[in-house]
Ligand binder design. Structure first.
Ligand SMILES: NC(=O)c1ccc[n+]([C@@H]2O[C@H](COP(=O)([O-])OP(=O)(O)OC[C@H]3O[C@@H](n4cnc5c(N)ncnc54)[C@H](OP(=O)(O)O)[C@@H]3O)[C@@H](O)[C@H]2O)c1
Length: 286
């Protein structure tokens, strides 16, 4: 069995360590706040007395802390030659690229990862971790990585897993923004949200989410026309929603930046195009 260390025992690091222990690995744990090692030691983990004890040559070190500055703050003073680092800390593509170069220059193997799961999902079906960086590291540690979540290698560019992670989070936060605004509207009518969510909103979002397949194909092909609903019609709908929010006494409109984009595209004469064409306003493509 591989010698595995987990550095960082927040909610996610604790879930990662617990899952590897349950799978039968020998796991060494280290955390700034030492008391967080206790439940894992009770499960059979070895507590490292200091960080260097957890980051030993030949070991697989999975790091999961707040951010990349913390990763560098912790590992900057530690010998890394012969260590394999799998960094499951969330961050930006550029941070991942710089960290990969930095680790490799110091003699460590480096794989970056984006965790697409909450701690409760780790080790269970449905959890996904995107990896990018060293293919050799990914292949060598396929077994323990596969025990944490579905392990998907996306590219040798270390920045790609964080980029895709952020793109997925962007979709999620956009959806949450819309849900929040929709909830406010239903609340303003004095209705409970439970029935609205289960009988109306969730089925609707599932059905509409499917449109992303079609839009993705159209954007890839540079097709901006539509037989669904053009930007002119969507502009009327978004104007009307903004007005209704005000009439219902709702503070703010989280859709405002999106509405601004639709307004601009229509003002530029593209009212016959579909919603998928808005991506052109954000990036022209490569
Ligand atoms: N939780 C999730 O659902 C989730 C999902 C996907 C990705 N992630 C990512 O996983 C990473 C960890 O998230 P988490 O939920 O486990 O966060 P968390 O519970 O807040 O834990 C943060 C960890 O970072 C450590 N830390 C923070 N500042 C530090 C410093 N200056 N020096 C040393 N250690 C420091 C903390 O140590 P102490 O215990 O000593 O404070 C703790 O181990 C983040 O990058 C997050 O984006 C989390």
């Amino acid at each position: 069995m591989t010698e595995i260390s987990i550095v960082g025992l927040g909610l996610m690091g604790t879930a990662l360590a617990g899952t590897l222990l349950k799978a039968g690995h020998e796991v060494t744990v280290w955390n700034r706040t030492d008391s967080k090692t206790e439940p894992l030691v009770a499960m059979g983990a070895r507590r490292a007395a200091n960080l260097a004890e957890a980051v030993r040559p030949g070991s697989l070190v999975i790091v999961c802390v707040l951010d990349y500055d913390t990763v560098h703050g912790l590992l900057g003073q530690t010998e890394l030659r012969g260590v394999t680092l799998v960094n499951l800390t969330s961050g930006r593509p550029e941070e991942a690229r710089r960290t990969a170069e930095w680790a490799e220059a110091r003699g460590a193997g480096y794989l970056d990862g984006g965790v697409m799961a909450v701690p409760q999902m780790i080790g269970a079906p449905g959890a996904l971790i995107l990896y990018s960086g060293s293919r050799e590291v990914f292949d060598r540690f396929a077994e323990p990585l596969g025990q944490l979540a579905e392990a998907r290698f996306v590219d040798t560019d270390p920045g790609l897993a964080p980029l895709l992670d952020m793109a997925m989070l962007t979709g999620m936060y956009g959806q949450i923004a819309g849900i929040t605004q929709g909830f406010a509207l239903v609340r303003s009518a004095g209705l409970p949200l439970r029935d609205f969510a289960s009988t109306l909103l969730v089925p609707w979002l599932r059905a509409m989410g499917e449109l992303a397949h079609r839009w993705a194909e159209e954007v890839d092909a540079g097709q901006w026309g539509t037989d669904v609903a053009n930007l002119g019609v969507n502009k009327v709908a978004l104007d009307s929603i903004a007005l209704a929010m005000r009439e219902q006494g709702i503070e703010g409109n989280l859709l405002a930046p999106f509405k601004h984009l639709v307004d601009k595209r229509v003002a530029d004469g593209h009212q016959d195009q579909g919603l998928q064409s808005l991506v052109e306003e954000l990036h022209p493509g490569r």
